[in-house]
Design a binder for this molecule. Structure first.
Ligand SMILES: C[S@@+](CC[C@H](N)C(=O)[O-])C[C@H]1O[C@@H](n2cnc3c(N)ncnc32)[C@H](O)[C@@H]1O
Length: 270
């Protein structure tokens, strides 16, 4: 189905809400750097391919989802985010009831986590204030904003701050971490095997050290071509599981689950 037909169908089924947001956005200028593209002609050329996937990214896109131009390349698509939320819930021990996303972007993962009843609260950190503004707005569209606590800033600094020691203790004792760091641009696509120790701006060992330093249950969302030898060297005798997330029979990315997670399904087609 073409995007325009799909758009019309979606508009019809969600008329009240979409109309409301459209009106609101027509009268109120969006914050600087925030976009809600409604027609291909408005979309920068390098994003057009992603914009056409809009409903796969956020099924409620038409209700006024806010994006930054960078976030089109980075956001976790809704079906995958929802699978990951299920897997985190399935694999974590029962007493692990909160979840931290230290790179929350425009909210792909946190919205799915907040939609799942498995977690009592979602904690989200994002250093780009514009992306964070989008995430808060998008969580409202999905009706889950009240289940999320937001922090603006660098996650490495935030997690080291005395002010946030209660959060760190909570995550240590009762939480899990799902981190989807930047992958350093699209270069990973051309790599047969992607070197996670040259990943920019944060290499695998640094991410692993920081997050396993505060929590025994850490999942990292990484390129599908990631060098798993590097993962296995890091894990040593410890436990880990790797799950590929596929759409239309193709892996889009993988998650490494570090720690003693319960058995999670092995390979999922969405
Ligand atoms: C791959 S994106 C995350 C996408 C997110 N999972 C989503 O679905 O929207 C990585 C995000 O991490 C943010 N970021 C990069 N370094 C950060 C840091 N040190 N602390 C917090 N956020 C950071 C970037 O601004 C970007 O929004």
């Amino acid at each position: 189905m073409s995007r325009d037909k799909k758009r019309k169908r979606h508009r019809k089924s969600e008329e009240g809400t979409s109309e409301h947001v459209a009106k609101k956005q027509a009268t109120e200028p969006l914050p600087e750097g925030v976009h809600f593209y409604q027609h291909l002609s408005e979309v920068p050329w390098d994003i057009q391919k992603y914009w056409k996937q809009g409903y796969e990214i956020f099924s409620r896109y038409d209700e006024g989802i806010w994006m930054t131009d960078n976030s089109w390349f980075e956001v976790t698509h809704e079906a995958i985010a929802s699978k990951i939320a299920n897997h985190l819930g399935q694999g974590a021990p029962k007493e692990r009831v909160v979840v931290l996303d230290p790179f929350c972007g425009v909210g792909g993962n946190v919205i799915a986590l907040a939609q799942s009843d498995r977690f009592k609260r979602v904690y989200a950190i994002e250093k780009d204030p514009v992306a964070l503004t989008c995430a808060k707005h998008n969580a409202e569209i999905y009706g889950v904003a009240d289940r999320i606590t937001w922090f603006e800033g660098d996650c490495f600094e935030q997690l080291g701050k005395d002010d946030n020691s209660a959060l760190v203790n909570l995550i240590r004792k009762h939480g899990v971490v799902i981190a989807s760091p930047p992958w350093g641009g699209p270069s990973y696509k051309s790599a047969d095997v992607f070197d996670l120790e040259t990943m920019e701006p944060y290499k695998l060992s640094e991410l692993h050290k920081t997050f396993t330093g505060i929590c025994d249950y850490v999942a990292l969302y990484l390129p599908r071509t990631s060098d798993l030898n590097q993962v296995s060297r890091l894990v040593g005798r410890g436990n880990s599981q790797v799950i590929h997330y596929c759409t239309r029979g193709m892996s889009r990315a993988l998650c490494v689950y570090f720690g003693d997670w319960g058995k999670i399904e092995e390979r999922i087609d969405i």
